[in-house]
Design a protein around this ligand. Structure first.
Ligand code: NAP
Length: 254
């Protein structure tokens, strides 16, 4: 059995990733604030195992307990591989930092950066006795490499997750661990996040028109297409520990 712990599975990219991973030999642990009954039903019909955790990743103090609860349901003796996919994310606040509500800035860094850091920490601790494949994939963004007006919290969190990935990659390599951690930017994907970006006031996000045009020109990826590429990377690509990649740099066969 392969185990997958995936955050942000109620919609968007996370939902599409989880859907594509449903398989009789896979056991999924899905985490988001809203339960996704469509995924639960699909898992039942396809004879896949799936447990849903309605959990708010702003509750960072509870993340250790959540991970212990998940690992109680993982049989390390019969596991072939264990994956953690840190996908949940929020783009808000979209506005210059002096106009941003402090609570929104805190939530952004908690969900995009602190939660994946703590999930990673628990994952490494709780899999210590498991010597087979252990993989952590952090869903990052091009915004972590390039500054955007109005996205200071989001871009900082994504730059942080890229650097965190590289640091943990070095730690795991130096300690000859079998944990491999990768940060992957998915490209631009048509999800609720893009809708939120397109509906922002232009004074708060001066690049808004560029995102409106991408939608009008039909250049956005569907969540399903982006998830297909990501799942291929998760299951088939051998990457270097701590590597930071962008799916736009890979060529995929159809
Ligand atoms: N869409 C893009 O163009 C794009 C581009 C680059 C990177 N990304 C990255 O891709 C990932 C997925 O984004 P998306 O576009 O699919 O966004 P989305 O459609 O808005 O979905 C975000 C997911 O994260 C979950 N989430 C948000 N806040 C949470 C919280 N406090 N606790 C638990 N779960 C929470 C949401 O579930 P609930 O609301 O039910 O909690 C939802 O399932 C993010 O990391 C994002 O930064 C997206």
């Amino acid at each position: 059995m392969k185990y997958f712990i995936i955050t942000g599975t109620s919609k968007g990219l996370g939902e599409a990733i989880a859907e594509q991973l449903i398989h009789p030999n896979h056991h999924l642990f899905c985490i988001s604030r809203t339960i996704n009954t469509k995924l639960i039903t699909k898992a039942k019909t396809m004879d896949g195992k799936l447990n849903y955790f309605e959990f708010d990743l702003n509750n960072v103090q509870q993340i250790g307990e959540l991970m212990k609860e998940i690992f109680h349901q993982i049989d390390l003796n019969e596991a072939e591989a264990i994956y953690l996919i840190n996908n949940a994310g929020i783009v808000t606040p979209i506005k210059p930092i002096d106009k941003a509500d402090h609570e929104e800035v805190i939530a952004n860094i908690q969900v995009n950066l602190i939660a994946p850091m703590l999930l990673t920490s628990s994952f490494i601790q709780l899999t210590e006795s498991f010597s087979q494949e252990k993989r952590i994939y952090n869903i990052s963004s091009g915004a972590g490499k390039k500054p955007y007006y109005g996205w200071s919290a989001y871009s900082s969190a994504k730059a942080g997750i890229d650097m965190f990935t590289q640091c943990v990659g070095i730690e795991q390599e130096e300690r000859h661990s079998t944990v491999k951690i990768i940060s992957v930017a998915p490209g631009v994907v048509e999800t609720n996040m893009q809708e939120a970006i397109r509906s922002t006031d232009i004074e708060d996000f001066i690049y808004k028109e560029r995102f409106v045009q991408m939608k009008e020109q039909g250049t956005l990826q569907t969540p399903e297409a982006a998830a297909k590429k990501l799942v291929h990377i998760f299951l088939h690509e051998e990457l270097q520990n701590g590597q930071v990649i962008d799916i736009r740099d890979f060529s995929f066969e159809n």
